[in-house]
Design a protein around this ligand. Sequence first.
Ligand SMILES: *[C@@H]1O[C@H](CO)[C@@H](O)[C@H](O)[C@H]1NC(C)=O
Ligand SMILES: *[C@@H]1O[C@H](CO)[C@@H](O)[C@H](O)[C@H]1NC(C)=O
Ligand SMILES: *[C@@H]1O[C@H](CO)[C@@H](O)[C@H](O)[C@H]1NC(C)=O
Ligand SMILES: *[C@@H]1O[C@H](CO)[C@@H](O)[C@H](O)[C@H]1NC(C)=O
Ligand SMILES: *[C@@H]1O[C@H](CO)[C@@H](O)[C@H](O)[C@H]1NC(C)=O
Length: 485
Amino acid sequence: MANKQHNSGRLLHLLLTFAAVLLCIAILAPQWLVMQGSRSMSPINFFGTHRDSERSRNMAQQPALDALQSQIGQCVNTNGLGLKAKAKGPCRIVLEYPEGTNSTWYNQQFKIFEPLEYEFDVCETLLLWEQYRNVTTILTREYLDARPDGWSDYAALRIAQLGTKKCYNVSLCEELLELVLPPRPPFRPLQFATCAVVGNSGDLLKTWFGEDIDSHDVVIRDNEAPVNKKFAEHVGLKRNFRLIARGVARNMLKVAKGSADEVLIIKSLIHKDLNEMIKELPNPVYLFQGVVFRRGAKGTGVKSLELALSMCDSVDMYGFTVDPGYTEWTRYFSTPRKGHNPLQGRAYYQLLECLGFIRIHSPMRESKKQNWSVVPDKAMIYTAVDAARKLKREPNEHPEIVGPFNACKIWATASEKEGPLSGSLKMSEERKRSNYSKWEKLKITDLRPEAQARYNALQGVRLYKIDGNKLEDLLCIKPSGKQEM
Ligand SMILES: *[C@@H]1O[C@H](CO)[C@@H](O)[C@H](O)[C@H]1NC(C)=O
Ligand SMILES: *[C@@H]1O[C@H](CO)[C@@H](O)[C@H](O)[C@H]1NC(C)=O
Ligand SMILES: *[C@@H]1O[C@H](CO)[C@@H](O)[C@H](O)[C@H]1NC(C)=O
Ligand SMILES: *[C@@H]1O[C@H](CO)[C@@H](O)[C@H](O)[C@H]1NC(C)=O
Ligand SMILES: *[C@@H]1O[C@H](CO)[C@@H](O)[C@H](O)[C@H]1NC(C)=O
């Protein structure tokens, strides 16, 4: 009996000591972490509970994210045409339209008009879009080869009317894809200095952006957007890239006519009939590659921005319906249609602008003149990316890997030289004689110095988003002959 009491006394003593030690750790660790804020690994994970470690990581990253939030707030208030930003914690931000804002978009399903308030995760948005600056958004042969289910499952998803869910006959799938399948990314990060992304908004007719748009190194257009003398002063004449949806791809011959060099990028699927058309076209034609999930903004414009950021240093956006007071969704070349929820998209684009990813041009902005000095500078963005990454991503399976390869989930090796160029033997003579594979043949040493520097910083590794994956996971392909990373 006495022995038992003695024992439970010792147990109590032990428990108290243990609790005291835990308390000390709980009090001291967060401060220790704040001081260690710039370290990539989070040491608290060894003994803290998950929630404790999350809270301490929050505290360590708070200053960088607070600074960003405050700058975003100033930027939205200055350039947002009535939008106001409210920070909610280190990563959450609410963008609010003024009382009385007209919402003309009515959701038939839920029987409501759009709300006037939108909450976004700044950290996720920052990480997601910053990642585009290092990835490719074109489907390639090396991607299909490297993805474990690349040829069997994924390739089948990119072919319409295949009749089967998998590519049971790989040579058939290869035959259907080969025309649009370059061996490696034909476009590289930072390949172009300035890009204009031109949407199809009817608002374009209210301004004279034509010359502005044409002054960019590269102009990216959307679907069947006409480019001709009639609209030249509003939308310009330059044609470099065009993203096309499946429905529009059917009219590809007509749409592409007038520019043999315009790169056509099909957003979704290839099929037999499209291939027959492509064989007759002199244009380079590729398939878009990237996650199909849409976050924040809806509509086709987002894909154009993804493409632009994956190869351009700076991105100017024209012709998106983003000004307050719209009454309908119009296109500059056709009658009004329905189908967007513009308030949410508008808020999201404003957030992207105030994170330094794009510059928005619109009739109301043009008359008011934007003040770009309120957009956070690169140094602030990089610091915030680092903080957001620590907060959201680490500690992960490989806390020691920071920087561009942090999100690499699948690694593969491929040569820079191997792989046939896109195309097939059955092409028309016109296509064979054209410059359809010009971008695939470009050497790294032919790129602008900034693109070469980025190529070297990435050690020649090609990064791809993994389609169908909700996270920011990447598939990373390193050139063979290079040392292990
Ligand atoms: C697989 O597809 C190729 C190319 O279309 C065709 O020649 C071949 O007969 C197919 N094989 C089978 C087993 O169906
Ligand atoms: C809302 O729409 C009405 C009718 O079209 C218009 O008179 C009013 O000015 C609009 N209000 C705002 C804030 O744009
Ligand atoms: C831009 O905004 C900043 C901060 O509000 C202000 O200090 C600066 O004077 C503005 N510049 C112009 C050209 O309006
Ligand atoms: C992109 O690559 C550069 C060069 O390696 C690197 O410094 C940067 O952190 C990368 N960005 C992201 C978001 O991974
Ligand atoms: C291919 O491009 C070169 C230079 O960009 C140009 O001079 C040539 O005319 C083009 N060839 C065809 C067939 O378009």
